[in-house]
Design a protein around this ligand. Sequence first.
Ligand code: IPE
Ligand code: IPE
Ligand code: MG
Length: 242
Amino acid sequence: MDINSKIDFDKLPKHIAIVMDGNGRWAQKRSLPRLSGHNAGMKTLKSIVKVASKLGLQHLTVYAFSTENWKRPQDEILGIFKILVFYVEKELRELHANHVKVNIIGDYKKLPQEAVEKLESSLLTTKDNTGLQLNIALNYGSRVEILKAVKELAIRSMNNEIDPNDIDDEIFSSLLYTRGIPNPDLIIRTGGELRLSNFLLWQAAYSELWFTDLYWPDFKKKDLEEAILDYQNRKRRFGGVK
Ligand code: IPE
Ligand code: IPE
Ligand code: MG
């Protein structure tokens, strides 16, 4: 029996988030430039989006560029953006035909102007789609995201628009980039590192975590299915007893 037939389609995670790590090491292993790894990673993204859409997931969030990734050499940074914009442009028609709604979390307006424009056009084209929502985390960092919400609440409170005692999970969550998106049920990280690297820190409070040593370009449909199957065998207690 293949993995797919073991998946319980009534108990799919609503939201899977992925830290797509290991592109550089994938390339290094083949004596290729790091950008070849990012290119190969983009092909994996393309196929995983299709799989997620076919499986019937509601949300797929992918970590594409962190607020810390600006520390990398300029040519790698610009290369990553080029590859991403090329993917979005080239795939837009198909994404749209598959009812995928593209969304971006993070301060993507700091990207080069051309990238911002092309990304915004994909947001506009797919805005009314009701299939899979693909959330691309771009210039995303949880700490910046949380601080932004804290500053907004401080300003509202200073202007007497909100009583600090009324601040709750719901209000706070509504000020994050992920407003309106359910918390991730499952977070996958490829590339062998066992950390979150500033990804969805608030939202991950009760996420199930799944790690693999596979580099992102080597991650396949069956690996996603394996992660989902593993998730379906977890006991989620949320602090209660079951
Ligand atoms: C993840 O792959 C993609 C980005 C961070 C943009 P890396 O580029 O971090 O690959 P490794 O971790 O160096 O192998
Ligand atoms: C996390 O990977 C960010 C993305 C996948 C976009 P990194 O490669 O930047 O993470 P660290 O540096 O290993 O923690
Ligand atoms: Mg990495």
